[in-house]
Design a protein around this ligand. Structure first.
Ligand code: MF3
Ligand code: CO
Length: 262
């Protein structure tokens, strides 16, 4: 069931999104070679607590073990749901951060992929195209039209560069819970409801160099590419309100050094 949000609820979700993006603006400059991912998680927990929110991912449970951290940190071949550890970020890593905040019951969700130091040309292109495919998806959001238009837009852009599109994971409704209906796949697939005023969606393309096949590690969370190739992930929370699309989370690419050029 798709829960349409009223203006008050969208205001609450927007505040949560603004808090999350503000956190990222402080966090992104700290994501550098030499830093342990567990240090980043501790920083995030402290920041969210001080700001008066709650980390939604911490303890989140689908079918498997509860997620043990406040943020997902997925490096290189890790696609999503990487668990912070003693691993140190190294020069040339592509570091995906994915986090959500619960602010007074309103949930935000945003992901960025950060280039640590100098990265290789193909990885740079992958990252730029993933970001652009997110915006192509957002541009396809329109009240009255079908949801899979988003998926088509993401897929078309990613495919035109020959990148793999991870199929097993997708975007989702968000706002009053972390994962709500509808699913928002990154290729046209499954149910295709009409988009409507009051919908709040997390759109989140995950692209890979080469094959899009993925596996889940023994920790029950970390999703990696089967071929060990690098993956990029970008995510915004958006709302449809008064017939318009509003990106509720702030653009962060400028803080990661990426310029959106299409
Ligand atoms: N943002 C991700 C998603 O939308 C991560 C959530 S998984 C969690 O699925 F367990 F870490 F919360
Ligand atoms: Co999400």
């Amino acid at each position: 069931m798709i829960r349409l949000k009223n203006e008050k609820q969208i205001n609450g979700i927007r505040n949560s999104c603004k808090m999350l993006s503000a956190m990222y603006r402080e966090l992104i400059p700290l994501v550098k070679p030499g830093v342990q991912t567990i240090e980043i998680d501790q920083w995030v927990r402290d920041w969210i607590k001080k700001a008066g929110g709650k980390p939604v991912f911490l303890g989140y449970c689908q079918k498997k073990k509860p997620y043990p951290a406040a943020i997902c940190i997925s490096i290189n071949e890790e696609v999503i749901h990487g668990i912070p550890s003693k691993r140190r970020i190294r020069e040339g890593d592509l570091v995906s951060l994915d986090c959500g905040i619960d602010l007074g019951g309103f949930i935000s969700d945003q992901a960025v992929s950060i280039e640590a130091g100098k990265i290789s040309r193909p990885v740079k292109e992958l990252n730029a195209v993933t970001l652009e495919s997110l915006y192509r998806g957002i541009e396809a959001v329109r009240a009255g039209e079908r949801l899979l238009q988003i998926s088509r837009a993401v897929e078309n852009h990613a495919k035109s560069f020959g990148f793999g599109i991870v199929q097993e994971y997708c975007g989702h409704g968000v706002g009053l819970a972390l994962h709500e209906d509808p699913q928002v796949p990154n290729y046209p697939h499954g149910s295709n409801p009409r988009m409507n005023n009051g919908m709040v969606l997390a759109i989140e393309p995950m692209l890979t160099l080469g094959s899009p096949d993925v596996e889940v590690l023994d920790d029950d969370w970390t999703v990696v590419t089967s071929n060990g190739q690098v993956s990029s992930h970008w995510e915004h929370t958006i709302a449809i309100f008064n017939g318009k699309t509003e990106i509720l989370t702030d653009p962060l690419e400028q803080y990661t050094g990426l310029v959106r050029n299409s």
